[in-house]
Design a protein around this ligand. Structure first.
Ligand SMILES: Nc1ncnc2c1ncn2[C@@H]1O[C@H](COP(=O)(O)OP(=O)(O)O)[C@@H](O)[C@H]1O
Ligand SMILES: [Mg+2]
Length: 385
C-alpha cells in the first residue's frame, strides 16, 4: 500500500495499530471518507454548545475569566552561546496563558516549540527574559519544598508514547510515581484506588494496572501518559505533540479525551503541534512560532478565519479540507520571508491588530493589517486564501 493512502483511510477500517504490529495493510476499496471529514465528525460529536457549557457552570473560553496563569516576558533561550553552532531557539517572545484555556502552539519542526514548553516548567535557565507562574518569577523558586510544589502544579505529556514510559515498570507504578513523590496516597489501597480511577478516566480499566507498557498500543500508551500527568492533580499541562506519533484514527480520540478533561477539571492546557489541523478544534487561542519568534497569536477563530502573518497563512493552506471539491482545488502556499521586504531600521514586534489578535510586523505592515482587518472580518474562508 502506498504511503500517502494511509492519510486518507476510513478510520473505521483502522483498528488501533501499533508500530510493532508491522506495516498497516488495508483494503483500499474501503476508503470512503477523508481524514479531515472523519476529524470533523468525531470532534463535533463531543462539541458542547455555548449554552451547554454555561449550564455546566464552566466555560473553557478564556474570555469569561481572563486571569493569567502564565506570563512570558521577552523570553530568550539560546544554546551553545558564543560558539559557531549557537542557536537562538527562542528569540524574545512574550505571551500569556489564561487560567482554564487551551493555548495551541504551532510551527514547523525546530522553530522552538518544545524549548518554549520546557522553559515554562523551568527546565532551563533563561538566556533572557522572565516567566511568571501564578505571579511568581519561576527563576526565584529555589527551596526544595517550593520546587516540589511547583513541579506538582505543572505536568508534561510527551510526543512519543513508546519512549516516555519506563518499560520495566508496571502501569500501576508508572501512574503512581507522582502520587509517591508528592505523598498523595494515605496508604497502599488508596494508592491503588487512585490509579484505578485514573485508568477509568482515560478510558482504560483496572486490569490494565498490572501490565507493562509494551502490551499496549500507541493510543493506549498515550492514555497512560495522560493518566500519569493527571495523578498529581496539576493546574497546567503541556502536551508536546501528544498525537503526532499516533495513527490518524486514534488522534481524534486522544484529542477528545484531553478536551473532556479540560472541561471537567478546568486544567489549563498548552497544546503543541507542528500543524493546525487538530489544534484549531481544541484551542481557545493559537500562537504561531517561526524560527524562535512568535509571529502571531490570537483567538482560534481569528487565526483560522482571518490570519494576518504570511507564515500563518501557509500553515492554514496545508490543512486538508473536508469538502472533496475544495480539497481538489486547495492551493498550498509556501512562506517566503522575503515577502516582507523589511529594511534595516524597521522595528519588528508583536502588535495588536484587533482585540487580542497580535502579529509580528513592521509599523507599515501594522497599518495595512489594521486597514484590512474589518474589511475581511468573517468573509475569508480558508479555502479561498
Ligand atoms: N538542548 C539543546 N541544545 C542545543 N540546541 C538545542 C537544544 N534543544 C533544542 N535545540 C535547538 O533549538 C531549536 C529549537 O528546537 P525545539 O524547541 O526542539 O523545536 P520544535 O519543538 O519546534 O521542533 C532547534 O534548532 C534545536 O536543534
Ligand atoms: Mg518539539
Amino acid at each position: 500500500m502506498r504511503e500517502e493512502y494511509k492519510q486518507d483511510l476510513h478510520p473505521d477500517t483502522l483498528k488501533e495499530h501499533s508500530i510493532e504490529d508491522g506495516p498497516l495493510v488495508v483494503d483500499e476499496s474501503q476508503i470512503t471518507e477523508t481524514t479531515a471529514q472523519y476529524s470533523d465528525r468525531e470532534l463535533n460529536k463531543t462539541e458542547l454548545t455555548e449554552d451547554e457549557l454555561r449550564a455546566s457552570g464552566y466555560t473553557t473560553h478564556y474570555g469569561a475569566n481572563k486571569e493569567k496563569l502564565i506570563e512570558v516576558k521577552n523570553l530568550k533561550q539560546y544554546f551553545n552561546v558564543g560558539k559557531s553552532n549557537e542557536v537562538k531557539a527562542i528569540d524574545d517572545i512574550s505571551f500569556d496563558i489564561y487560567k482554564g484555556e487551551t493555548l495551541g502552539f504551532v510551527g514547523e519542526s525546530g522553530c522552538g516549540k518544545s524549548t518554549t514548553g520546557r522553559s515554562l516548567i523551568k527546565l532551563y535557565d533563561a538566556t533572557g527574559g522572565k516567566v511568571y507562574f501564578d505571579g511568581t518569577d519561576i527563576q526565584s523558586i529555589k527551596r526544595k519544598k517550593d520546587l516540589l510544589h511547583f513541579n506538582r502544579r505543572m505536568q508534561m505529556i510527551f510526543q512519543d508514547p513508546y519512549a516516555s514510559l519506563n518499560p520495566r515498570l508496571k502501569v500501576m507504578d508508572i501512574i503512581a510515581e507522582g502520587i509517591d513523590i508528592h505523598k498523595l496516597a494515605k496508604n497502599k489501597q488508596d494508592r491503588a484506588n487512585r490509579v484505578y480511577e485514573l485508568l477509568q478516566t482515560v478510558g482504560l480499566n483496572k486490569e490494565h494496572a498490572n501490565r507493562y507498557p509494551h502490551e499496549f498500543s500507541g493510543g493506549q500508551r498515550q492514555r497512560i501518559g495522560i493518566a500519569r500527568a493527571l495523578a498529581v492533580e496539576p493546574d497546567f499541562i503541556i502536551a508536546d505533540e501528544p498525537i503526532s506519533a499516533l495513527d490518524v484514527s486514534i488522534q481524534a480520540q486522544v484529542v477528545n479525551l484531553m478536551q473532556e478533561l479540560q472541561r471537567e477539571r478546568g486544567i489549563t492546557f498548552m497544546f503543541i503541534a507542528h500543524d493546525l489541523s487538530m489544534v484549531k478544534y481544541i484551542s481557545d487561542r493559537i500562537g504561531v512560532m517561526y524560527f524562535g519568534k512568535l509571529v502571531e497569536i490570537g483567538p482560534a477563530d481569528a487565526i483560522y478565519n482571518n490570519p494576518l502573518h504570511e507564515y500563518t497563512k501557509s500553515l492554514l493552506s496545508a490543512i486538508p479540507l473536508p469538502d472533496p471539491e475544495s480539497e481538489r482545488t486547495r492551493v498550498r502556499h509556501t512562506y517566503n520571508p522575503d515577502v516582507h521586504a523589511y529594511s534595516a531600521d524597521d522595528v519588528l514586534e508583536l502588535r495588536e491588530v484587533a482585540p487580542d489578535h497580535y502579529v509580528y510586523c513592521s509599523p507599515s505592515e501594522y497599518e495595512k493589517h489594521k486597514a484590512n482587518y474589518n474589511h475581511h472580518k468573517g468573509t475569508t474562508a480558508v479555502g479561498q486564501l
